[in-house]
Design a protein around this ligand. Structure first.
Ligand SMILES: [Ca+2]
Ligand SMILES: [Ca+2]
Length: 219
C-alpha cells in the first residue's frame, strides 16, 4: 500500500453533488442519493498492488435499497501518457459490491466483479469517475445487508494505478477497509473517496442528507 499525504497547496477543493434528481420520460421525478463519508476534498491518496482491494461501507436509507452506481475520486498518478501527453494514464480496475461479514467487515461478494473500463486510458484523473452498474443491485435482503449496510469498492488490476483520493479531515467514519491479501484492515484515520449512489424503485423521494455533506457544512 502506498499512502501519501498531500500538502495543502496540492489538495484541491473538490466539487460534490450529493443529490441528483433526474426526470424520466413521463416527467415524474426520480431520486437518487449519493452517499458519502468524505467531504469532497482530498488531503491524501492511496494506491496498491494487483489483487489488493479498497472498500467503503454505507447504509442505504429506508426506501432506497437499489444500488445503481458508485463514484471513485481518481488522483493524478504523476505519470505522462507515452502516446499523447494530453491523455490520462488510467488503467482498468475491478468494481465490487460486498455483503457484510460476521465481524462487520466486507463479506461475500454481491456482484460478479465489474470492469467498467477494460482498456487503458479510458477515464480521467483528478476527477470523480462515475461507474454505473448495468443491473442495479438489490440491497433489500436483510441477511446479506443488515440495516441496509453494504460495501462498494475496487480491486487493483494494475500496480499502483489507479490512485484514489483520501479525505483526511476528521471526523472519520471508520467505514474504510483495505484488503492486504489476507484480511480486511480497518482504516480509521481516513475516509477513502468512494461513494455509492442508491435510489428507490418507486420514484418516491428519499432523505437527501449524507455524512459527507454534514461534515463539510459543519466542520
Ligand atoms: Ca477533506
Ligand atoms: Ca497521469
Amino acid at each position: 500500500m502506498r499512502v501519501r499525504i498531500l500538502t495543502p497547496a496540492i489538495a484541491a477543493v473538490l466539487f460534490a453533488v450529493l443529490l441528483v434528481v433526474a426526470v424520466d420520460g413521463m416527467g415524474a421525478p426520480r431520486s437518487e442519493i449519493e452517499l458519502s463519508w468524505d467531504d469532497g476534498s482530498a488531503e491524501g491518496e492511496i494506491t496498491s498492488h494487483v489483487g489488493r482491494m479498497l472498500a467503503v461501507g454505507f447504509y442505504a436509507p429506508e426506501g432506497a435499497l437499489s444500488l445503481s452506481a458508485m463514484l471513485i475520486y481518481v488522483m493524478d498518478d504523476g505519470l505522462q501518457n507515452p502516446i499523447d501527453p494530453e491523455l490520462p494514464t488510467t488503467e482498468p480496475f475491478i468494481v465490487w459490491v460486498w455483503t457484510v461479514g460476521s465481524s462487520g467487515e466486507p463479506g461475500p461478494q454481491a456482484n460478479d466483479g465489474y470492469v467498467p473500463f477494460s482498456e487503458a486510458y479510458q477515464y480521467p484523473e483528478e476527477a470523480w469517475v462515475d461507474v454505473v452498474f448495468a443491473e442495479p443491485i438489490d440491497l433489500s435482503n436483510e441477511e446479506q445487508f443488515p440495516g441496509g449496510k453494504f460495501y462498494v469498492g475496487l480491486e487493483w488490476e494494475c500496480r499502483e494505478n489507479p490512485v484514489v483520493g483520501l479525505d483526511l479531515d476528521a471526523p472519520f467514519s471508520g467505514e474504510t477497509r483495505f484488503w492486504d491479501w489476507t484480511s480486511w484492515a480497518l482504516v480509521d484515520t481516513a475516509d477513502a473517496m468512494i461513494r455509492a449512489v442508491v435510489r428507490d424503485s418507486s420514484a418516491v423521494p428519499v432523505e437527501a442528507r449524507s455524512w459527507g455533506r454534514i461534515k463539510s457544512e459543519y466542520r
